[in-house]
Design a protein around this ligand. Structure first.
Ligand code: ZN
Length: 198
């Protein structure tokens, strides 16, 4: 695992540009989308709860099935269906945006973990392969799973290796600003055309 904070930041950053669209925010609260994306990006590490019971290399072990992009997509379908099913409203655009954000957040966890420098890789290609895979570039420090005994040095290594993830958040913020401007200009133009209707 990378840290919970690292995963959360990346997940929320992936959701941020989507909040520029009025079609999305009409049906979904921006803050809700950001927070749920952050949580979804961190949630696969709940598989460490069974760390002592299910071996690391097991199909359901840490970084196994629950870390696979396949599981992220299935979970996203279920959650999106639940959200829009309960509220009984929502445009197709909002539905697609929420689904995409959830998928991206879940898959980001798998990708970040496969860029860490220790442990077993991630089941990235399931259901085609159960192989645990690392990406060729592994700059992220993987702290021990038993985080209660984390030393100060390990925390420092983790923070240093994850600091560049903030660039991700900044880029996302920039993209959100640009998209927000584009949307409001489009909205303004549409209204201007409507006003001139005879
Ligand atoms: Zn993980």
């Amino acid at each position: 695992l990378a840290s919970v904070i690292g995963h959360f930041v990346v997940g929320a950053s992936l959701a941020l540009p989507f909040t520029a669209s009025k079609a999305v925010t009409r049906d979904v609260r921006s803050s809700g989308l950001l927070v749920s994306a952050g949580i979804l990006a961190a949630v696969p590490d709940l598989d460490t709860v069974f760390y002592g019971v299910i071996p690391y290399g097991h199909f359901f072990g840490h970084r196994g099935f629950f870390h696979s992009p396949f599981f992220a997509i299935v979970l996203s379908i279920v959650l999106t269906r639940l959200i829009f099913g309960i509220s009984r409203h929502g445009s197709l655009k909002a539905w697609l945006a929420v689904f995409s954000v959830f998928c991206l957040a879940g898959i980001s966890h798998a990708l970040l973990d496969s860029m860490t420098d220790a442990g077993l890789g991630v089941m990235l290609l399931y259901p085609w392969s159960k192989q645990r895979i690392f990406l060729p570039w592994r700059p992220l420090y993987a702290p021990p799973i038993d985080w209660k005994h984390l030393s100060l040095r390990q925390i420092r290594l983790m923070v240093n290796s994850e600091l560049p993830l903030l660039a991700f958040a900044v880029t996302s913020l920039g993209l959100r600003t640009v998209l927000g401007r584009l949307y409001s200009r489009k909205h303004w133009k549409n209204n201007a055309v409507k006003d001139r209707m005879p």
